[in-house]
Design a protein around this ligand. Structure first.
Ligand SMILES: Nc1ncnc2c1ncn2[C@@H]1O[C@H](COP(=O)(O)OP(=O)(O)OP(=O)(O)O)[C@@H](O)[C@H]1O
Ligand SMILES: [Mg+2]
Length: 281
């Protein structure tokens, strides 16, 4: 039953959400650098009657599609929050007020309080940084491979921890905190680094920047929870662990959603259904 589909045409990935015959969400992701794959997929399902769409590459995709079906565009932040609310309910969370950090190609940070939501900030450090740095430093560019190998790595020969500086002394802050990401490189005489260690260190750099910023906004908005979403977290247990540990250390509660990459696509679909119902009345 692919009557209505939701599309989130993002910087790196174009995500599609639709409902199956059991009314359960199904998902697909395509590389945004090849939007013709999305076009072919849509054209292969003539039963698609209407499309809800969001994301920065909406215009690029629509100019390729040239189809004569009702299409509703919704701004990315509205779609994302709508999708997050749906997933929270589905996964049994009861959170009214939270920071929502969307780790996409870059990272966008939102604050949600009941019916209101606002984008509070962001950073260019995101999933694109992870794969970009990994490619330049290790030659590996496949996201799945990067995240699988990162799991096996150790940061201790590359990252400088607080306890490394305060050796023999009681440090003023927790010793295992990172004092400087990649900061040990020029302090040791190592000349070669293992690929898993490099990837684990890159993941930690990205994760810690994102978490630091999210915590600052959470403190500012007096929000206990931080919901982390975006495809960068998809099957990426290592990055989630970095984010969770640091969030908890800073006395906030991290929340991860199962279908973390698809909130925009879900929101675009739900918005399309709502618009159709409004049009009927
Ligand atoms: N199959 C994949 N191919 C490429 N990157 C992937 C894949 N799966 C996960 N990723 C990671 O997810 C990131 C993209 O996340 P996401 O799809 O949420 O962002 P986006 O919507 O494309 O970007 P933005 O919201 O910033 O426009 C990539 O940068 C990469 O780190
Ligand atoms: Mg996105």
């Amino acid at each position: 039953m692919r009557k209505t589909i939701g599309i989130d045409a993002g910087g790196t990935l174009t995500k599609v959400a639709y409902l199956n015959d059991q009314n359960e969400f199904q998902f697909k992701a395509f590389p945004s650098k090849d939007l013709s794959m999305v076009k072919e997929w849509i054209e292969s399902f003539p039963e698609i009657e209407e499309i809800g769409i969001t994301g920065g590459r909406t215009e690029q995709l629509l100019s390729k599609l040239k189809i004569n079906k009702p299409i509703d565009y919704v701004v990315e932040f509205d779609a994302t929050i709508k999708g997050v609310k749906y997933l929270l309910k589905k996964e049994g969370h009861n959170i009214q007020k939270s920071i929502i950090t969307n780790v996409g190609t870059g990272t966008s940070i939102h604050y949600m309080d009941n019916e209101k939501h606002v984008r509070v900030g962001g950073t260019g450090i995101g999933g694109g940084t992870l794969t970009g740095l990994a490619t330049i430093i290790t030659g590996l560019s496949d996201f799945k491979e990067i995240t699988e190998i990162a799991k096996q790595g150790k940061r201790e020969f590359i990252d400088l921890f607080v306890k490394d500086i305060f050796e023999g002394m009681e440090p003023p802050i927790e010793g295992h905190l990172t004092a400087s990401n990649f900061g040990k490189v020029n302090l040791l005489n190592n000349t070669s680094y293992k690929i898993p260690d490099l990837l684990a260190t890159i993941q930690a750099l990205v994760g810690e920047v994102i978490t630091t910023l999210s915590i600052q906004y959470a403190d500012m908005k007096n929000s206990e929870t931080i919901i982390y979403i975006g495809s960068t977290l998809a099957n990426n247990e290592h990055l989630k662990e970095v984010i969770a540990n640091y969030t908890i250390l800073k006395k906030h509660t991290p929340v991860f959603l199962k279908d973390c990459g698809f909130s925009g696509a879900i929101g675009a679909l739900l918005n399309k259904v709502e618009q159709r119902e409004i049009a009927k009345t």
